[in-house]
Design a binder for this molecule. Sequence first.
Ligand code: MLT
Length: 260
Amino acid sequence: MPRITVDGHGFFYREQGTGSVALFVHGFPLDSTMWLEQIQMLSDVRRCIAPDLRGFGCSSPSTRPVLSMEDHADDLAALLDALGVDQVDLVGLSMGGYIALAFAERHPGLLRTLALVDTKSTEDAADAKVGRDAAAERVAADGRSGLATDMIGVLVAESASTWTRARLRTMIESTPAESIVAALMGMKDRPDRTAVLSNLAIPVAAIVGEHDVLSPIAEADHMAVSAGGTLTIVPDAGHMSPIEDPVSVADALRSLWAEV
Ligand code: MLT
């Protein structure tokens, strides 16, 4: 797995394929392994790059008490600059989608297309913000396994295999507790970015699992309508549609990329 130092911070990223770059941004509190199937399936049409975000996966630990969506978006822009990449098809899942929207706001010239997977452009409701604080306290007090158990229950559809749930547990329990807390604070603070979508003049796709309870179909529809883009509902999948039904998600990405 290649490693690169950007502005003094070490980032690891997965890479497969050649040609135009697709950049895959993982969700919370996960890492780039969630994109393994997509990287493999799509490397015939794109140079697929999936970094571990600052403080996640194999990338260097973070010293920031809050990891904002803007911080991550700027990290990704700096990473692309360091790799000599000037335009990408950006794909973000959930927190990765929040980051992708911050990226679209701050670095619009770097975007060729945007795929928003199991995510939303709206901000946290008041009760969700309270829930973020409670989750952070719990992780600091009791560690990651309780969060993993709670999250796995809502991340995937009932039909998800034991292996899929085990894979999510590995990712969540491998993420540093301080990164989980900092990301919770960053997500809590994020603004509504629906207007960013309305102002984008590139192809946009919203992709969502039929049974996603964290970012339901209505949120995906709201993004697709705001961007004048497409909506793809992945049957029998939950919030982790790229893992639960990799073929359907890869097909939706191929269709989006065929527009440019
Ligand atoms: C994610 O999958 O990245 C999280 O569920 C996002 C969130 O907690 O809002």
